[in-house]
Design a protein around this ligand. Structure first.
Ligand code: NAD
Length: 370
């Protein structure tokens, strides 16, 4: 058994706490049966942190997160904090931790589990077996570019400005993540931009091409315009392996790809930063869904997105691909056995609670572990 890794839990608000409890059970299972044990510590973020000390993310919590080997986050937000000033809103905590940890690469897999393929808005044949990874640049682009704002001109007209801005190192580092991940998958990267109408798109295409020629010529690189990519995602999604794109297009395209899979309760994500001198990469893992105030406290939330986020953590932070595969296989088996939480319920299947789903994953892990 190798030395302990420190997992820092930030359950957050609403169903964040409920789904995170199931992850904790799985971490404990892995500690007993796997090759690595984990120390679990916990902090407050979002509304829970605001209630405790008037800020959605305290400096102490941020420091603990930066010290951890990986951070697992549930979800933040809820109507309770709707009237809180913008800078203290639960979502501000989330934006701050992503920015301070410089998590520039957001990984959103769109994987269709066979048992749920019927739930997709596309035909079964188009999505069955689908496995796409979208790598979205997360800390630059139009959401951060200056100048920005709304001004009133002398004649009373109001004018709004956003600035789309990228530097070559910002593009190169996220492209590098995409190429490295493609090497562990099917060796293909689509680089997506709007070089036909945007200068940032021209720079994006040229930086990605230069990096490809210099270091990744073993990977198949294809360039695609963002509007075409949106169309291709719903036309023939299986043509894609890894897609790398900027912050704005990534926001839209990853939501589009997510819906191919059928349910929000099934979607994990990872946000990765740079590698430090000791070889440690800043990383935060979280389900794509929010705090779901409409079902919070009822014990019916789907914990699988959070459990699959932990599988990504094993794969990307701890190089535990075998254990991550086992975790994903366990989820596959649970779904094949007909168990469902309410959000993915289908005729003839059996509905289980959040805890019931977590326990079912543990039972499958026991079986897979022999
Ligand atoms: P949401 O993702 O919380 O919920 C959307 C719908 O999906 C709801 O009907 C909900 O019940 C359902 N749902 C979501 N996750 C589910 C799960 N695991 N199991 C079963 N059903 C699930 O989005 P929303 O309602 O737009 O936002 C609610 C709050 O969450 C807001 O305060 C919003 O700002 C916040 N939010 C946070 C994050 C995050 O923390 N990363 C992301 C999105 C929204």
């Amino acid at each position: 058994m190798t030395s302990n890794k420190n997992l820092y839990f930030l359950p957050g608000d609403g169903i964040g706490k409920e789904v995170m409890d199931e992850v904790r059970t799985i971490v404990n299972w892995l500690g007993k049966h796997g090759s690595l044990t984990f120390d679990m510590t916990e902090g407050l973020i979002g509304g829970a942190a605001y209630d405790a000390h008037g800020s959605a993310l305290s400096d102490e919590t941020l420091a603990d997160a930066m010290d951890a080997d990986a951070v697992l986050l549930g979800a933040v937000g809820g109507p309770k904090w709707d009237d809180v000033a913008r800078q203290h809103r639960p979502e501000a905590g989330l934006l701050r931790i992503r920015k301070e940890m410089d998590l520039f690469a957001n990984l959103r897999p769109a994987v269709v589990f066979d048992a749920l393929a019927e739930g997709s808005s596309l035909k079964f044949d188009l999505v069955s077996g689908l496995d796409i990874l979208i790598v979205r640049e997360l800390t630059s682009g139009v959401y951060f570019g200056e100048p920005r704002g709304i001004e009133t001109l002398a004649d009373g007209t109001r004018r709004a400005i956003d600035t789309q801005l990228y530097t070559s190192p910002e593009i190169e580092r996220v492209a590098r993540v995409a190429f490295e991940l493609a090497r562990k998958r099917n060796n293909q990267v689509h680089s997506v931009e709007k070089s036909n109408v945007m200068e940032t798109g021209v720079l994006w295409r040229s930086v990605v091409s230069e990096l490809h020629t210099a270091e990744y010529s073993d990977i198949k690189l294809l360039h695609m315009l963002a509007d075409n990519c949106a169309m291709q995602l719903v036309r023939t999604p299986k043509q894609f392996d890894v897609i790398v794109t900027d912050n704005l297009f990534g926001d839209l395209l990853s939501d589009c790809a997510a819906m191919l899979t059928g349910s929000l309760g099934m979607l994990p994500s990872a946000s990765l930063g740079g590698v430090d001198d000791a070889g440690r990469r800043m990383a935060l893992y979280e389900p794509v869904h929010g705090s779901a105030p409409d079902i919070a406290g009822q014990g019916i939330a789907n914990p699988l997105a959070c459990i699959l986020s932990f599988a990504m953590c094993l794969r990307y932070s701890f190089d535990m691909g075998k254990e991550a595969d086992m975790m994903e296989q366990a989820v596959q088996n649970v779904l094949a056995s007909g168990l469902r939480t309410g959000d993915i319920m289908q005729d003839g299947k059996t509905q289980v609670s959040t805890t019931g789903m977590g326990q079912a994953v543990i039972s499958e892990l026991d079986k897979l572990n022999g």
